[in-house]
Design a protein around this ligand. Structure first.
Ligand SMILES: Cc1ncc(COP(=O)(O)O)c(C=O)c1O
Length: 627
């Protein structure tokens, strides 16, 4: 194993999907073919480049998606057989997690053998689901707030053979369903969303427990049963649903919730509700950092363990009540698609954190400057933190003195140099230490290089910006070369939030990333991995950086890959139209401005042509930095 492999933890978070080849490049393993030679990401990029598809590019790998759908379904099947559960598992994919046509089409295709269905949380998502040929017994589950139109469409779809279950989110929704189904003369298939009392940990804790926005409390559940019975429609209530929130980090929370849900299931059955399905919603997490522990960006369980825990918890409760086992449904989104997409982008330049090796102060240097440099005499390992505290203090004193007019510009400049010089020495000392405090880490991370890269965090990794989500980010080549620098990644938006400064490395989460020096005339590529869930549609147009190029690839059974589909990234004209401009009108006005410059003899007619061509090319060009 190379040194860099150790640093970035590719094998740890990559979990058999990525490896490092002899050239030190990250390669995609085909999870569906043990013998296939892993395909280097650099080779993929080169081959895309030859076809005219440039970075930044989002790569979706169908084999990874198919393998994950197989894994989840087979894990449930395995748990069912192992534990002697007397019913089956039937998943649905929540469309909201990745609505892109290429993704949904393939999910439906790969899900055929498993009666895999879809979950829609809005009218547009319902229309997507109804535009797909689902397996005969697959479920189409309708969650979220529903108006009459949503309900009518769901009811109509029953007539053409979809198993569309309207999950009641509130008591008001029941009234609407009763009204519409009576008017249309179509008996609904209903589910009920229960608000569990158990609250889970993690970023989405608010989606569970008493204060969660969706679902019904026990009083409302009783009201629904009574109302349905009054209308002689209790037999339509066939599914019980709950959703804990996304990325549940702790398997104990999964287990507690499954137990509580099963308790509700038992009680509903005792009330005479003919429930067939127990739907445990989404929440199966992804181990983004590879730490395999219960933290926001990791999970302390595997897919297989999740499935066993769910089946066992439900079975215990239902057996105790002597009831028949329900069909288990889950709506795992993130765990299904996250792994299968990755973003590849190039570094444009580096702002190095530069410190003079030798610093000589003039004899008459200001006392504060001498104090700064004297820190190096005492700030050894046991007083390192003190050294950092002192250097920060003296620098702020010099800056304050400058503002009061007590020191000159030259002294201020010298103080900045002294600051970098001392911090550099302290950093070298810190690197030799086994443990350093979080505060020192914090200071060091604010003194690393900045690698400016060709992507927008707001467009491509919105959760990394909005909720500090960590996804693995690292160079995709030169991994058999020890990195000599440390840096953070800054995107090309002109927003100071446009940066990545949390990184999952082999030895945990760090505030900076080991990186290589840029070489002349040689691209330096980075990858952001596991970005298939939520990121594409949550992304926004900050600074008008649009959708990146997207390719769907399939790895061969032996070696190499096929390009199955390509979507060109947004052109500038397209993003301008998103924000209400008519690109042709803008172009027309620009031409008039250029023409008046010709009339005023500021430019020649030939120059007019060059200027107009430049504008036209830009309108049609990529919003990102082009080579
Ligand atoms: C009702 C429902 N089901 C399923 C999901 C998917 O969750 P996850 O992606 O964590 O599996 C969500 C998303 O939060 C949801 O709201």
């Amino acid at each position: 194993m190379s040194q860099s492999n150790d640093i970035y933890g590719v094998e740890r978070w990559g979990k058999g999907l990525f490896s490092i080849n002899d050239k030190g490049e990250i390669a995609l393993k085909n999870p569906l073919s043990e013998h296939a030679k892993p395909v280097s990401l650099v080779e993929i990029l080169d081959s895309l480049e030859e076809r005219g598809i440039a970075t930044p590019v989002l790569v979706r790998c169908t084999n990874m998606l198919q393998a994950q759908i197989q894994r989840i379904n087979q894990s449930f099947k395995g748990a069912i057989e192992e534990l002697g559960y007397q019913n089956s598992y039937q998943g649905v994919f929540p469309i909201k997690v990745n609505q892109q046509a290429q993704v949904i089409d393939r999910i439906v295709e790969f899900g055929q053998p498993y009666n895999y269905g879809l979950e829609a949380g809005s009218k547009p998502e319902l229309l997507i689901a109804l535009g797909h040929q689902l397996p005969k017994d697959a479920l189409l589950i309708c969650n979220g707030s529903k108006d009459a139109e949503f309900i009518r469409l769901a009811l109509l779809s029953l007539q053409i053979g979809f198993n569309t279950v309207i999950v009641l989110e509130s008591i008001q929704e029941l009234d609407l369903v009763l009204k519409e189904s009576k008017a249309m003369g179509i008996k609904p298939l209903l589910g009920i969303r229960i608000k569990l009392t158990n609250q889970v940990k993690g970023n989405w804790a608010a989606s569970s427990g008493d204060r969660s926005a969706f679902g019904m409390t026990s009083e409302h559940v009783v009201d629904v049963i009574d109302t349905l019975r009054e209308h002689d429609l209790l037999d339509t209530l066939i599914l019980q649903h709950f959703h804990l929130g996304s990325q549940v980090p702790d398997i104990n929370d999964v287990r507690h919730s499954a137990v509580e849900a099963a308790r509700f299931f038992v009680e509903l059955c005792k009330e005479g509700v003919p429930l067939k399905y127990l739907d445990l919603g989404g929440g199966m997490g992804v181990d983004y950092t590879g730490e395999h522990r219960s933290t926001e960006n990791s999970v302390n369980y595997s897919v297989e363990e999740y499935c066993r825990n769910v089946i066992e918890s439900v079975m215990n409760q239902v057996d105790r009540a002597g009831l028949a086992h329900p069909t288990i449904v889950t709506e795992s989104g993130r765990a299904t698609v996250a792994n299968s997409s990755l973003l590849l982008f190039n570094v444009l330049s580096v702002s190095q954190y530069h410190a003079e090796k030798n610093l000589t102060l003039p004899e008459d240097a200001h006392e504060l400057l001498k104090d700064m440099v004297s820190i190096l005499e005492y700030a050894k390992s046991d007083r390192l933190q003190e050294g950092f505290n002192d250097i920060a203090y003296y620098r702020s004193e010099v800056r304050a003195a400058f503002r009061r007019g007590q020191v000159s510009l030259r002294t201020l400049g010298l103080a900045e140099q002294a600051y970098r010089h001392v911090v550099n020495h302290l950093r070298s000392a810190a690197q030799r230490m086994e443990w350093i405090s979080d505060d020192v880490h914090e200071v060091l991370s604010s003194h690393t290089d900045i690698y400016h890269a060709n992507f927008s965090i707001f467009q491509s990794l919105p959760d990394a910006w909005a909720i500090d989500q960590i996804v693995p980010v690292c160079p995709i080549h030169r991994l058999n070369e020890a990195p000599t620098r440390r840096g953070i990644i800054s995107d090309i938006t002109c927003d100071s939030d446009g940066k990545i400064n949390h990184f999952a490395l082999t030895d945990g989460v760090h505030h900076s990333l080991p990186l290589h020096d840029l070489r002349d005339d040689e691209p330096y590529y980075l990858g952001a991995f596991m970005v298939g869930a939520y990121q594409e549609t949550l992304g926004d147009l900050h600074n008008l950086f649009g959708d990146t190029n997207v390719v769907t690839i399939e790895l061969d059974e032996n070696e190499g890959f096929h390009l199955l589909h390509e979507v060109e990234g947004d052109s500038i004209a397209t993003v301008l139209s998103y924000v209400e401009y008519d690109p042709q009108r803008l172009f027309g006005t620009f031409k008039q401005i250029v023409e008046s410059a010709v009339s005023n003899r500021r430019i020649s007619p030939a120059e007019r042509r060059t200027i107009i061509d430049a504008y036209r090319d830009s309108l049609n060009g990529y919003t990102y930095y082009e080579h």
